[in-house]
Design a protein around this ligand. Structure first.
Ligand SMILES: Nc1nc2c(ncn2[C@@H]2O[C@H](COP(=O)(O)OP(=O)(O)O)[C@@H](O)[C@H]2O)c(=O)[nH]1
Ligand SMILES: [Mg+2]
Length: 381
């Protein structure tokens, strides 16, 4: 129909069903919209003989679209010289594929053809690590290390290599020791980090756990009064758990709040999220932290961030005196290979992990063996 209407050069650009015709249950008919044009050239899909005759003047090209196609410039999109039969070219390419070329799977597995002595088990380990978001170059280093250091029992195929990788990776992850409380002086714990990573939620979880479950006397300080409703967020938790809350915006106010909370056992300090690139705001935070003299400064980072982003953020916040890491959103992370460079590069121990939005339950003490298994096995581990 298109060719009858527009001539032999017309091309169908798109067809789609736009509904049922009248009385569809009687006729079974469907309405189909066809978009066609003589102004857009696509390579011929039929042998020349199959095209019915009927010359169309060059000048009329573009004017006879069934539906207006005005914005598209008239004239061939693909220069005639290139309008070859792409099907036969594709077939030719397939046939002429050199036999020594690695399959895509092999290319992915080796990254280069430089690991000829990896057996399928080691290739499988490499694939598991990269599938779990371990960056490719780091994954290669780990496979090489596993190959060197595996015990005889571990050299028995993929499950053995994986067990070895999990064992060695776990050894590289430092986890923090549990808090100790000394009578007479409150333990001060500050949470810092980029925006939206879950600092306030984690403060609420820690507060609820230590006050309701551990029966510690807990006080809250928030230095986040930049965002509308930031204070309200923590105030709501403080009211529900029944804890004192101080809002501070200067080092002097921080000092006063700490004095007022002298008789408590644990003081949790929430801070405003800072972009790792915002030097001015980082300095502001630094002066508040100096005044707080926190026993622990937890750098809170989201496990859904990129591996490079995590390493960069840790380097910037480290300078503020971070003493440990706290990872959030483990429930959202597919796998945890992306945090391996962070854990290897920063010498900070990992304290807690947050694995959901629910206060107070979705918080756990970091378990390096579980984390390592997830880096090797992916999200199911
Ligand atoms: N899925 C998930 N969401 C979280 C987790 N921790 C915090 N959140 C959510 O992340 C968002 C930002 O949290 P918030 O505590 O306000 O982050 P802050 O800006 O660092 O204080 C909120 O919607 C939280 O419910 C977590 O472990 N998993
Ligand atoms: Mg917050």
């Amino acid at each position: 129909m298109v060719r009858r209407t527009l001539g032999p050069d017309a091309a169908v650009l798109q067809t789609r069903e736009i509904g049922r015709g009248p009385l569809p249950w009687l006729t079974g008919s469907r309405d189909v919209e066809v978009l066609a044009s003589t102004g857009v050239r696509v390579p011929q899909r039929f042998p020349d003989a199959a095209v019915s005759g009927g010359a169309v003047e060059e000048g009329s090209a573009g004017s006879g679209a069934v539906r207006s196609f005005g914005e598209v410039e008239a004239g061939p999109l693909i220069p005639p010289a290139h309008q070859m039969d792409y099907r036969s070219k594709f077939r030719q390419d397939l046939k002429s594929d050199p036999p020594d070329r690695h399959s895509l799977v092999e290319q992915l597995a080796t990254g280069a053809e430089s690991e000829p002595d990896w057996d399928t088990g080691l290739l499988g380990l490499y694939q598991s690590l990269t599938a779990a978001d371990v960056p490719a170059d780091l994954a290669r280093q780990w496979v090489q290390r596993v190959r060197r250091e595996a015990t005889d029992e571990e050299r028995t195929g993929l499950p053995g290599w994986k067990a070895c990788a999990a064992r060695l990776i776990a050894r590289e992850i430092a986890c923090g020791a549990p808090w100790e409380f000394t009578a007479g002086t409150p333990r001060v714990v500050a949470l810092i980090g980029p925006t939206g990573v879950g600092k306030t939620t984690t403060v609420a979880k820690l507060a609820a756990n230590y006050s309701l479950r551990e029966r510690r006397r807990v006080g809250l300080i928030t230095a986040d009064n930049y965002r509308i409703a930031a204070v309200e967020q923590l105030r709501t938790y403080a009211e529900i758990i029944d804890l004192p809350l101080a809002v501070v915006s200067t080092p002097r106010e921080m000092r006063r709040a700490l004095d007022a909370f002298r008789g408590l056992e644990l003081i949790l300090v929430d801070t405003a999220g800072r972009s790792p690139g915002d030097e001015l705001r980082l300095q502001e935070l630094r002066s508040l932290l100096l005044e707080a003299q926190a026993d622990d400064v937890y750098l809170v980072l989201s496990s859904v961030a990129s591996s490079a982003g995590l390493v960069r953020a840790a380097a910037r916040f480290r300078a503020l005196g971070a003493t440990a890491l706290l990872l959030t959103k483990l429930d959202e992370a597919e796998a945890l290979g992306n945090v391996l460079p962070l854990l290897q590069a920063s010498s900070l121990p990992l304290s807690f992990v947050s694995c959901g939005q629910s206060v107070p339950d979705d918080l756990a003490v970091a378990d390096r063996h579980r984390l390592a298994r997830r880096m090797v096995e992916g999200a199911d581990a």
